[in-house]
Design a binder for this molecule. Structure first.
Ligand code: FAD
Ligand code: NAP
Length: 345
């Protein structure tokens, strides 16, 4: 109890905090009341204060998967819990405990420095470790869920810290129990389980091309190749504001896919669950002529149509208007609904 009280007393809160540099779209945002969360013990007291005052609230990690309004009403918990350590190992796996506020890319680099390969395909994804399980981040055929053992959360409904096993997290393609139950769980630590056996996974075309003459790349080779491809293909949020893929890749029934393929022979798609097919949303948007287009301060990135960008001075409303035009045209042309991936507050 004393520790909890001390934690609250030391919780720094700031009124009207500017968050332009804590959202990768670079929108001008002001948080009415922001709490700096550096240790889990702060959370119960902060949440009880928020409940007492009946404030709206949300957690913010690195702000790389959110669309924020000009004013973030109520309370914003800035997830800044640090710390990463190897906690145990057995014949097959090494277990790591990592704070929710640790930078994801720096953590991936750290695993490789400690000879713990597996996460290299997920290099250079912006944001925090605590947010990684929320949408089960994925890239180049690897999902973070594969490497998660369990997650320590504060359950806001039950007002208690709970450890959720991987199975309880209901991970799916860019989805999780957390995403299905917004504003219930605050991720404080993630426990990773890194298998000691390792095989390169370079089947995505862009990655395979990098290893045309090297059938046995090391984890570090893959890490560097992923960084190189991403740096070339995606806009650096420090230069052009964006939140990565703006829409999810639609997964449609096979019958709908076959009908579409008759009309669009070059439709880009991949097998997914049995009876379903995943369409490349970027290709659909490109076909509708949006790639490289600009609408006032916002636009569609020239190298990847799935990424909407803020050229400077744009707002959430601007980007959502552009998104609506894209959704309407893609639906009219292909009969497919595009779902927005970043979280709208
Ligand atoms: P935020 O944007 O701050 O938050 C995202 C959501 O998670 C919000 O709903 C927030 O409330 C919630 N949240 C954050 N932290 C916590 C916590 N500790 N507890 C509970 N809820 C929390 N994503 C991919 O999957 N694959 C990619 O390859 C990829 N590439 C990207 C490239 C670029 C250039 C950009 C800008 C984004 C990319 N993304 C990608 C999206 C994004 O980086 C990830 O979703 C990332 O995990 C978001 O982390 P964050 O800390 O910035 O989360
Ligand atoms: P890409 O390699 O050009 O591929 C285009 C789309 O086709 C991707 O969305 C990918 O689906 C799918 N795809 C390609 N090869 C595939 C294969 N062998 N099997 C199954 N699906 C395949 O994509 P990109 O834009 O350059 O991005 C590269 C990777 O980084 C992708 O995995 C992408 O998801 C990830 N990324 C994600 C975000 C984000 O914000 N969510 C942003 C940038 C990049 P998947 O998306 O399912 O992999």
């Amino acid at each position: 109890m004393n520790r909890a009280l001390n934690a609250l007393q030391s919780t720094k809160s700031t009124r009207n905090l500017g968050l332009k540099h804590r959202n990768t779209f670079g929108f001008e945002v002001s948080a009415e009341l922001a709490y700096d969360i550096t240790v889990p013990e702060q959370i119960p007291e902060v949440m009880s204060e928020i409940a007492k005052q009946k404030l709206a609230w949300r957690v913010l990690g690195g702000g790389s998967n959110v669309i924020l309004p000009k004013i973030l009403a109520g309370a914003t918990l800035l997830m800044n819990i640090a710390g990463q350590e190897i906690i145990s190992a057995d014949d097959k796996n090494t277990y790591l405990s990592v704070g929710g506020g640790v930078n994801w890319h720096e953590f991936v680099a750290w695993t490789l420095e400690h000879d713990l390969p597996g996460l290299e395909n997920l290099a250079l994804i912006p944001g925090t470790v605590g947010a990684a399980p929320i949408q089960n981040i994925g890239a180049y055929g690897v999902e973070v869920a594969e490497y998660i053992d369990s997650i320590i959360v504060f359950d806001v409904k039950d007002q208690a810290f709970v450890t959720l096993t991987k199975d309880a997290c209901c991970f799916a393609y860019r989805d999780s129990y957390f995403k299905q139950n917004p504003q219930r769980f605050i991720v404080t630590q993630v426990v990773f389980k890194i298998p000691k056996s390792w095989k390169p996974r370079i089947h995505y075309a862009d990655l395979a091309k990098q290893f045309f003459e090297n059938a046995n790349p090391s984890p570090e080779d893959i890490f560097l190749a992923v960084c190189k491809i991403r740096t070339h293909k995606l806009p650096d949020p420090k230069v052009i504001g964006n939140a990565g893929s703006f829409f999810q890749n639609p997964i449609i029934p096979i019958e709908q896919f076959e009908a579409l393929l008759k009309k669009h022979v070059d439709l880009v798609s991949y097998p997914d669950l049995p009876g379903k097919r995943k369409l490349a949303a970027g290709w659909l948007i490109d076909q509708c002529g949006f790639k490289g287009q600009r609408l006032g301060s916002v636009g569609v990135y020239e190298n990847q149509a799935l990424v909407l960008v803020n050229h400077g001075g744009g707002t959430a409303q601007d980007v959502l208007s552009l998104a609506q035009s894209i959704q309407d045209k893609v639906r009219a042309e292909f009969g497919v609904s595009l779902v927005i991936e970043p979280n709208l507050f």
